[in-house]
Every structure is written in structure tokens, then in C-alpha cells.
Design a protein around this ligand. Structure first.
Ligand SMILES: [Zn+2]
Length: 356
């Protein structure tokens, strides 16, 4: 097993995000990555730096206009400065995007204006995705960690497994829209990478939040099945999607499954839902798997509404191990810095027992 991370992923240092009308201290702090790195080191897992693949792998799931925006927005934002007007220190929208709810349309047209203010509203879906001076570099390198992990599993074939320490996370990123601390969909990019060798791939998302971006990207496709377990979105981000009746569209119908869980669900309830999800996954017979692994399901996570504990993470690891499918684990959320290292360690004790 190999793990991938680049120190460039620490450069993104968000200063603020909006929660219920209040600008708050960021939760996606660089210290999260350090906690996860420490766990990998104590388990003797090699942490490699991904090669620089450029933009090509990101373009397999994102529109070029959206990536242009992410790459250039900070400098263009600073250029808004005029005598008597200073733009904010980060790119943050002051408009709300139009959400038409049409699941049969998996991509919008490019933003019809080149105003950076209009584009910030169009491409940054909420106020949790500020772009600072080094954000793009971290976003790009986080995606590269996922690409390298997928490449490694492609090389290894049967029994291959890798962990991508992705930060920023990715599963809320749509093909042309950032959201929920996510800019580029690392798990979707890893799934595309696995398709280079494997004919059928599944993405299983066990983060506390619905993997709405991953769902949107593959909603009309049958070569990548998407399954997400998450807190009931009726009262939790991302609110608009993640319901059980979202099954896919067109050729993708039947290849998207959501398991919204009652708030307060603990280990037993979470693992029971995971067993149901894995039954569906086995019926699909994927040749490779991407696991979107989040630890914001943790009972003491600052934004959690679930109550998963360390036994739950071990149980998740054991079940994915038992699947026996080549797997790329992609890190998603998890914001209790003092707990996520332990959570990863416990997950790995089940997922990679030979390395315990
Ligand atoms: Zn999350």
C-alpha cells in the first residue's frame, strides 16, 4: 500500500467561511493533513509526492472554463482594486447561483460574462470556498495525489490499494462548481484514472455529507456507480440533494444510490446501512473502487450530526477489505484535528490488517 501527499497542499489557508450568517474561523486547516500524515508514519506507510500531471486529469471531469476561473480568480480579484475600493483578501461571491434542479442536465453553459464577480457567484456555489493566493496550487496538487493513487492501483492490479491524502477535499465539487470546502473532485478524477485499466468502477462515499458533486458528475453514466451514505440532507449540508429517490438518469439510471441516515446514527446504524450499500455494490461487480473517506461522521466532530466512533471506522475498513476489490481511498472531510489521526489509524487496522 502506498500513500500520496504534497506539501503544496498546505498552501491553501482559508481565512473564513460563512455559517448561518456569521463569518467563522475556517475548519479546513492545514493541521488536518499533519494529523493524518503522523498516522501514516507510525504505521510505516510510504508517503510519496505525486508527479505534476498538469491540468489534463482534472479536465476529465471538469469544464475548462471552470478550471480557468479557479486558476486565475485570485489575481483577477486583486485587480478589482481601485482608489477608494479594496476587494476582500479572498475570492468570495456576493451572489447566489441559480440552481435549476434539472438532473437531466449535467453541465451548465459556461458563465456568460467574464466579470470575475459574476463568475465568483457562478462557480463558487457557497461561502465556504474562498480562493486565496495559493489555493489553486493546493487544489491542483491535491487532485494529483488522487491521480497518483489511481495510477498506482492500476499498476498493481488485483490487490492494489492506495491512500490519497487529499486536502482540499473534493466530493462536493461539481463539474463546474465549488462547494463545501471542495473545488476539484479528487474522487471523480481517481475514478476516471481507474477506468484506464478497469472497465467498471464504483465510488462509495462514507463522509458525513452527501457526495453531491460526485453524484452529479456520474449521474448519467453506468460505467461508474456512485453510492453515498450521509446524514439526512433535509437538515444538513448540501440540503438540495442526497435523497433516496435520486437514482441516476438516462444510461445512468439505477447506478446512483443514496442512503440518508437519521441524525444521531451511531456505529451500529451506520454499519448496517453500509452492509446494504455493499450488497448493491457487489451486485454491480465493480473491478475497482474509490472510497471517499470522511471522518466528519465522528461523534465529536465540530460539524457532525452523526455519532460514529472508532469501532465504526474499524468496521468500515474491515468491510472494504473483505470486498477484495482494488481500492483507492480518497480523504474527504473530518475536522476534529485531535481525532482524525486516530480515526484513520483505526480504519487502516481493518482495511490493511497485514500492515498492522
Ligand atoms: Zn463532509
Amino acid at each position: 500500500m502506498r500513500a500520496f501527499f504534497s506539501d503544496d497542499q498546505l498552501l491553501h489557508q482559508p481565512r473564513q467561511f460563512m455559517r448561518a450568517g456569521r463569518l467563522c474561523e475556517p475548519t479546513d486547516v492545514p493541521a488536518r493533513a499533519a494529523a493524518l500524515q503522523a498516522t501514516l508514519a507510525t504505521r510505516g506507510i510510504d508517503l510519496a509526492v505525486a508527479p505534476d500531471y498538469g491540468r489534463a486529469p482534472l479536465e476529465t471531469v471538469h469544464s475548462a472554463a471552470y478550471l480557468d476561473f479557479l486558476c486565475e480568480a485570485y489575481e483577477r480579484w486583486q485587480a478589482l482594486a481601485r482608489p477608494g475600493f479594496e476587494p476582500g483578501v479572498e475570492v468570495l461571491p456576493n451572489l447566489s447561483p441559480y440552481h435549476n434542479g434539472k438532473l437531466d442536465q449535467n453541465r451548465r453553459p459556461d458563465c456568460p460574462t467574464d466579470s470575475v464577480i459574476a463568475q465568483a457567484g457562478y462557480y463558487l456555489g457557497d461561502l465556504s470556498c474562498p480562493l486565496g493566493p495559493h489555493s489553486w496550487r493546493s487544489i491542483l496538487r491535491s487532485a494529483h495525489s488522487a491521480v497518483a493513487a489511481a495510477d498506482y492501483v492500476c499498476e498493481q492490479g488485483d490487490g492494489g490499494m492506495a491512500y490519497a491524502l487529499c486536502r482540499p477535499s473534493g466530493h462536493h465539487a461539481h463539474s463546474d462548481r465549488a462547494g463545501g470546502f471542495c473545488y476539484v473532485n479528487n474522487a471523480a478524477i481517481a475514478a476516471q484514472g481507474l477506468l484506464k485499466r478497469f472497465g467498471k468502477v464504483a465510488v462509495l462515499d462514507v463522509d458525513a455529507h452527501h457526495g453531491d458533486g460526485t453524484q452529479q458528475i456520474f449521474y448519467q453514466r453506468s460505467d461508474v456507480m456512485t453510492i453515498s451514505l450521509h446524514a439526512d440532507p433535509a437538515g444538513y449540508y448540501p440540503f438540495y440533494t442526497g435523497y433516496a429517490n435520486e437514482r441516476g438518469y438516462g444510461a445512468g439510471y439505477g447506478y446512483n444510490l443514496n442512503f440518508p441516515l437519521p441524525h444521531g446514527t451511531g456505529d451500529a446504524g451506520f454499519l448496517a446501512a453500509l452492509d446494504s450499500a455493499l450488497d448493491a455494490l457487489r451486485d454491480y461487480r465493480p473491478q475497482a473502487l474509490v472510497l471517499s473517506l470522511g471522518f466528519d461522521t465522528y461523534v465529536d466532530d465540530p460539524i457532525s450530526v452523526l455519532a460514529v466512533g472508532m469501532d465504526g471506522y474499524r468496521g468500515i475498513g474491515e468491510r472494504i477489505h473483505a470486498l477484495g476489490v482494488p481500492t483507492v481511498v480518497v480523504q474527504e472531510g473530518g475536522y476534529e484535528v485531535d481525532a482524525i489521526g486516530h480515526a484513520l489509524d483505526t480504519f487502516l487496522s481493518g482495511f490493511a490488517p497485514a500492515m498492522a
